[in-house]
Design a binder for this molecule. Structure first.
Ligand code: HEC
Length: 338
């Protein structure tokens, strides 16, 4: 009887503690604060046990080694996954940096999950992480093609990755009628994938929303780095992303070299960006060989006594020297909105 009463007391005390934790508003839900070690281990263990139970009887198809199947999966990956999981030769994305838990870099060599587990995770996604359930919009065949590619991905060089992507462009059938950007939402529009190339590789089709081609992903990352460095006040590092001969057009003004820009508008642009909130509205880009263009339309809300909102359009032309993209030309213009 005494033991029973003690147990009841302990349980009641526990319930009060849990309720206090839940209702107190003290459980930290911010994504820039890591779980406690214990919470992380509990979640991790429960998840792995569940995945283990779910994947026991998945049978892996025999064509995962098939080159065209791999290439088709590579196209899907470039289009939908690189924003979070990156790709060989690609710099970090703002999306990945901000996510908690952070998506793993699937191109890194090392231990990776079995094909069956990858299939299950891609199809069903992972609760309480940013990993979407792609099975809601993609059939099993497509998902297996991504798995086929993921089996090849770890340790691929940027060149080998590019080759697989290029080899798949013709047969890749992830093309939807109408606006491409609708399909995968904003993130998709920014990362985007291999266009069904019909002999127009590297050329924009007028009047059609074109996301960033995978060949231009590195260039687009440099454009983002440039903006981030400026906004962070690191003007020296930002300037290093410019070609010494960079040509800058800004609202009718011209600056003809990195040095000229550094001694004139660079500081002012950095100061302006530091207080501003930038939201990318659309982005397009293509690369051919060692040259790329990246065009970005953003909404910029400047802080200050009287906050103002601008729409800016930006075109950058970049050159690649070994693996590094540098900005050769910038054209900025903006208009006020209210
Ligand atoms: C919005 C971001 C996001 C996108 C887009 C995304 N993932 Fe994920 N993915 C995640 C996160 C977050 C995790 C889990 C990280 C963790 O908890 O360890 C994950 C986990 C995974 C894993 C398990 C990795 C491992 O070794 O544990 C695979 C495989 C995977 N994703 C494949 C894909 C594929 C294929 C695509 C594209 C179709 C994709 N992901 C798109 C965020 C994303």
């Amino acid at each position: 009887m005494k033991a029973f009463r003690i147990t009841a007391l302990v349980l009641a005390a526990l319930a009060v503690l849990v309720a206090a934790g839940v209702y107190s508003g003290r459980f930290n839900f911010s994504a820039d604060d890591a779980h406690w070690g214990l919470t992380a281990r509990l979640v991790q263990t429960a998840r792995e046990r569940y995945i283990g139970r779910q994947t026991g009887d998945i049978s892996v198809p025999g064509n995962l080694g098939d080159a065209s199947f791999i290439a088709s999966g590579a196209g899907e990956y470039a289009e939908m996954c690189t924003g979070c999981h990156l790709a060989p030769g690609m710099g970090d994305t703002e999306l990945r940096v901000g996510l908690y838990p952070q998506p793993p870099k699937l191109a890194e060599p090392g231990a990776h999950r079995s094909a069956a587990q990858q299939f299950w995770i891609i199809k069903h996604g992972l609760k309480m992480s940013g990993m979407p359930a792609w099975g809601l919009t993609h059939d099993d065949e497509r998902i297996w093609s991504m798995v086929a590619f993921l089996q090849k991905l770890p340790g691929l060089t940027p060149a080998a990755y590019q080759e697989i992507i290029n080899s798949g462009e013709g047969g890749h059938h992830h093309h939807h009628a109408g606006m491409e950007m609708d399909d995968h939402g904003e993130a998709g529009a920014m990362e985007a994938g291999p266009e069904p190339s019909s002999g127009t590789a590297g050329l924009a089709q007028p009047g059609k929303a074109r996301p960033v081609a995978p060949t231009a992903a590195g260039a687009a990352a440099t454009v983002d780095d440039f903006q981030r460095l400026l906004a962070g006040g690191d003007t020296a590092a930002a300037a290093r992303l410019l070609e010494p001969t960079v040509l800058i057009y800004e609202a009718g003004q011209v600056e003809r070299s990195r040095q000229e820009y550094a001694s004139h508008h660079l500081q002012a642009d950095a100061r302006f960006l530091q207080g501003a909130r930038v939201r990318v509205l659309s982005r397009a880009g293509q690369a051919a060989g060692n040259q790329a263009w990246v065009a970005t339309e953003s909404e910029l809300t400047a802080a200050g006594a009287k906050p103002e909102k601008l729409i800016t359009t930006e075109t950058m032309v970049l050159n690649r020297d070994s693996q590094t993209w540098r900005i050769a030309h910038i054209h900025w213009s903006s208009r006020k909105v209210d």
